[in-house]
Write a protein that binds this ligand. Structure first.
Ligand code: ADP
Ligand code: MG
Length: 466
């Protein structure tokens, strides 16, 4: 027989080899992606816990021509000492594998930053962190043992937390192309400010330029609660895991306690309708019965809709404030739609149109896309929002191109259907597409009213001019 050798790859080794899938394709993309991942972690660690984000991001040239040093500091909840090496040194290690809206979802971002840094400069990253109320501040210098997917601690230190600081600071030296990344990084920061007008962000660029984003409001969005999976969103494996963890009760009780949208009566009706005795212990179901149960759970249409408490939309008022602050338009109209769901995952669409003022006229609407408050900059052509905006007949809304028109769409969900691991475009899911269309129509109608009033007023004034 031919001698073929087989081997397995650890998750970190796999991502080291396939960096582009996580957005680290080349030095300019990697620089943008690194800044983005670190800022997203900073925002998750603050706003989600009721803290007004105060973020510093300092980018400098480092000892070699194409090396850059990135420092991102936040005032968030910090990371427990014992978890610091894990969260930065193990691919797929996260505190966010929950039914709840987060920016992070894969447990990958911070690790990609390290993998890219150590592959290009052979330097560890430095993490400094203190939790709220901690007497100590901890520092770790970490690399990743890619063959084992384990952290390598290169240096460790702790000191007294004299000033009661809490938060996390990350310093990394990596290859990067600042000149090519500059525009994207600046655009990214501007867009973060658009949906987070309550955040203060200070950026120093290598060439000395400074971006100071001040907060314009103290209002924070209501943080999301942690939820349960909806019966329509689970698969067989997920249910088997739940059974092995919590399964020692009658099937009906198991369903009520482990799923969102299942009341006692609904559970009874459902189980009877599919021929499973509600009183049997869930542990006793055999393989075929579990397959039957889960298949029917996904098909059944009488569950309550998934709850949206797990979500945290920006809100109409904050969205309008953020847009006014960053785009300085003449007029802005925003809406937050009612919660909806696809495959058991709750989602909310928010949309706004901004018109005139400092917005430059262009041949088609300028789109600003957001998913769970993360600005999406690349891959617009593959995004459901671009597809919907392109279908709209803007002349119905009194818009004639070239026009100074911006369309902003934010989609938040416990599970954003990204088109790739780089998290840059949202896939065409019919339920989402339809909500995006309704949201855009709603704000476009308000724009039409505004524009026609404005037109009438102009005509009236012209009569005096005659
Ligand atoms: P993800 O954000 O998808 O969970 P990351 O690799 O970016 O994956 O981060 C892993 C974990 O590290 C996070 O889930 C969080 O618990 C922790 N973490 C990372 N950065 C910070 C930070 N700035 N403040 C607090 N916790 C952080
Ligand atoms: Mg992250």
């Amino acid at each position: 027989a031919t001698d073929v050798k087989f081997e397995s790859l650890s998750p970190s080794e796999w991502f080291r080899r396939n960096k582009e899938l996580a957005g680290f394709a080349n030095p300019s993309r990697a620089l943008y992606q690194a800044v983005r991942e670190l800022i997203e972690n900073a925002l998750d660690a603050t706003e989600t816990f009721g803290i007004h984000p105060f973020i510093k991001a300092y980018i400098k040239y480092a000892e070699r021509d194409n090396w850059l040093s990135i420092y991102v500091e936040d005032n968030g909840i910090g990371i427990p000492k014992d978890e610091i090496p894990n969260v930065f040194g193990r691919v797929f290690y996260s505190s966010k594998y929950k039914v709840k809206q987060h920016r992070g979802i894969f447990g990958l971002g911070a690790k990609m930053v390290i993998l890219y840094a150590q592959s290009t400069t052979n330097k560890p990253i430095t993490v400094i962190s203190a939790q709220q109320g901690s007497d100590k501040v901890y520092r770790f210098d970490i690399m990743i043992d890619t063959l084992r997917n384990e952290p390598l601690i290169k240096y460790q230190e702790e000191w007294d937390n004299k000033y009661k600081w809490h938060g996390t600071a990350v310093h990394v030296v990596m290859e990067g192309d600042w000149l090519k990344a500059k525009h994207r990084v600046e655009e990214y920061i501007k867009r973060v400010a658009m949906v987070a007008p309550y955040a203060e962000i200070h950026v120093k660029e290598p060439d000395g330029a400074v971006i100071d984003i001040e907060r314009v409001t103290l209002t924070l969005p209501i943080p999301p609660k942690e939820g349960l999976p909806h019966p329509k969103s689970v698969d067989i494996e997920a249910v088997k895991q739940l059974i092995s963890r919590n399964g020692d009760s009658p099937v009906s009780e198991f369903m009520v306690e482990n799923f969102d949208g299942v009341g006692e009566e609904t559970a009874m009706n459902f189980l009877q309708s599919i021929g499973i005795d509600p009183g049997r212990n869930i542990k006793e179901l055999n393989t075929d019965e579990i397959t039957h149960l889960v298949t029917k759970m996904r098909e059944y249409n009488e569950w309550r809709r998934p709850r949206a408490d797990w979500l945290s939309p920006v809100g109409t008022e904050l969205l309008e404030q953020g847009i006014r602050k960053t785009l300085e338009p003449e007029a802005v109209f925003a809406t937050t739609r009612k919660p909806s769901s696809y495959s058991g995952n709750p989602f909310i669409v928010e949309a706004a149109v901004a018109w005139g003022g400092k917005i430059e006229p262009s041949d088609r609407p300028i789109i600003y896309r957001f998913a769970n408050k993360v600005p999406l900059l690349y891959d617009e052509g593959n995004d459901v929002v671009r597809h919907v905006v392109d279908e709209v007949d803007w002349s119905l809304y009194k818009v004639k191109f070239p026009a100074p028109l911006v369309v902003v769409v934010h989609i938040c969900s416990t599970k954003i259907p990204y088109a790739s691991a780089g998290k840059e475009a949202i896939a065409d899911v019919p339920e989402i597409e339809s909500e995006v269309r309704l949201a855009i129509r709603e704000v476009a109608r308000r724009l039409r009213v505004y524009l026609s009033r404005k037109e009438k007023e102009k005509e009236a004034m012209m009569r005096y001019a005659m």
